[in-house]
Design a protein around this ligand. Structure first.
Ligand SMILES: *Cc1c(COP(=O)(O)O)cnc(C)c1O
Length: 452
């Protein structure tokens, strides 16, 4: 299998990122320019991203070599551990073999540094001085702040206001790494001022924060924009997770029957799932792939597969994805990283092709699952990751009910050490489940741009 050839160097780390675009039976729909309705070219994206990342965005090469300076930094925490959850298996009384890949060992505590380090590296190489970005719960902002510090880049972060209030310690971490953090919507940008004029109490959304960050980056020639999820190159950088897991499971003489991940923008999910989907697409090995999203932001299960903007102020190109509409402002659930109105185009495409089973879960069930996990395995999952924990546990219970043993692999994409307020609120009975009515979903979707 040529998968394995690329997997591990002598240091047990992947030498290349895996690009699922090379194995797609049907290419993903192109990204469109909102003005012309025609596919965007590299030059359209050049004000925001370095050319190396733009080329990765459209590459059809199966393997893209990881630059040595990036691998040097990865080596601090990669390969990340793959654990078998034996105590959880016992607690669930399941014949299933549950494995989890733990990305919480990175300096920022999640999978996000896998792409933050790569993006900072390519921007530094291109002579960029500053990076501007958005963050939900603060995981991405702290990862980029960390990577910016390593490469001597200034980092400015627009943080969704509800999370800015809910998670003051993530802000503290970003500032400790030297980044500047601004609650979004803010008065610093035209996009922010426009929202505040209409909704002075706006709690913000990732869509709004992206607009603010893109606006700042587009106006400053020395500043680029960095996105922590959704885009093809971001998903690409995360594939180190699945490649390592494949080899680590091989050492245990096992292979997953089911792979489970949580989906916000789709990057940690793609990171663990795409290498396995690739093996399936190449006819090497079958596998089921489950994506778990929050019911409070159900883009894959209740959104529409359509061209939409990536941000609320409509500064980005149009991508075809599962979307709830770019003006959708989800409930202020604690899984802030999953509060995005859209989904990675590559994940959406693979859902449409029938290779991914999407599922939506309420937050209370996810917190309950996360506590069972913490009390058996000892690691407190990030609220986002609790959706994957719930999905994996449900699969394991199904194995018990059906009396079959299957191997279940899930991505524990981050720890919850900065999310303890969420767990305290849950314990105090202060969290509620939220479900949107048909009318609310339809209203948010009514504003989709018309294309072609
Ligand atoms: C950001 C984040 C997510 C959501 O983003 P994806 O791109 O869907 O991975 C999920 N979990 C954690 C821990 C995060 O930090």
């Amino acid at each position: 299998m040529d998968t394995v050839k690329y997997l591990l160097n002598e240091d047990q780390m992947p030498a290349a990122w895996y690009n699922v675009q090379a194995d797609l039976p049907v290419p993903a729909p192109p990204v469109l320019h909102p003005g012309t309705g025609r596919p965007v070219g590299p030059d359209d994206l050049a004000p925001l991203f370095p050319m190396a990342l733009i080329l990765q965005e459209v590459s059809q090469e199966r393997w893209i070599g990881i630059p040595e300076p990036v691998r040097d930094i990865y080596r601090q925490w990669r390969p990340t551990p793959l654990y078998r959850a034996r105590r959880l298996e016992k607690a669930l009384d399941t014949p299933a073999r549950i494995y989890y890949k733990y990305e919480g060992v990175s300096p920022a505590g999640s999978h996000k540094p896998n792409t933050a380090v790569a993006q900072a590296y390519y921007n530094k190489e291109a002579g960029v001085k500053r990076l501007c970005t958005e963050t939900g719960a603060g995981q991405w902002g702290s990862s980029l702040a960390f990577a910016g510090a390593l490469f001597g880049l200034d980092v400015k972060v627009f943080m969704v206001k509800v999370s800015f209030r809910q998670k003051p310690y993530r802000r503290g971490l970003m500032e400790a790494y030297g980044a500047q953090v601004i609650a979004s919507p803010s008065h610093e940008t035209e996009a922010g001022r426009r929202i505040l004029a209409q909704h002075p109490d706006s709690t913000g959304s990732l869509g709004i924060a992206i607009s603010e960050a893109v606006e700042v980056a587009a106006q400053d020639p020395e500043c680029n924009y960095a996105l922590g999820s959704v885009l093809n190159h971001v998903l690409l950088h995360q594939t180190v997770i699945g490649q390592e897991a494949m080899v680590q499971l091989g050492m245990a003489d096992d292979y997953p029957d089911v792979v489970v991940g949580c989906t916000g923008g789709g990057s940690n999910f793609a990171g663990i799932a795409f290498p396995f989907i690739g093996a399936k697409l190449r006819g090497e090995r079958d596998v089921r792939i489950v994506a778990v999203e929050p019911r409070a932001c159900p883009s894959l299960t209740r959104g529409k597969y359509a061209y939409d903007f990536g941000d609320t102020a409509h500064l980005t190109p149009l991508t075809k994805m599962h979307t709830l509409g770019s003006t959708f402002v989800p409930e202020g659930i604690h899984a802030g990283g999953l509060r995005y109105h859209g989904m990675a185009p590559l994940v959406s495409h693979l859902v449409e092709l029938g290779h991914i089973e999407p599922r939506a879960e309420h937050q209370l069930g996810c917190f309950e699952a996360a506590l069972t996990f913490a009390r058996t395995e000892g690691i407190l999952p990030a609220p986002e990751a609790s959706h994957a924990v719930k999905g994996a546990m449900d699969e394991a219970v199904r194995c018990r009910e059906e009396g079959t043993s299957r191997a279940i692999l899930f991505n524990l994409c981050g720890h919850g050490h900065f999310d303890l307020q969420a767990y305290m609120d849950y314990a105090a009975g202060q969290l509620r489940d939220h479900e949107y009515s048909e009318e609310e979903v339809a209203m948010a979707l009514a504003g989709l741009p018309s294309v072609g």
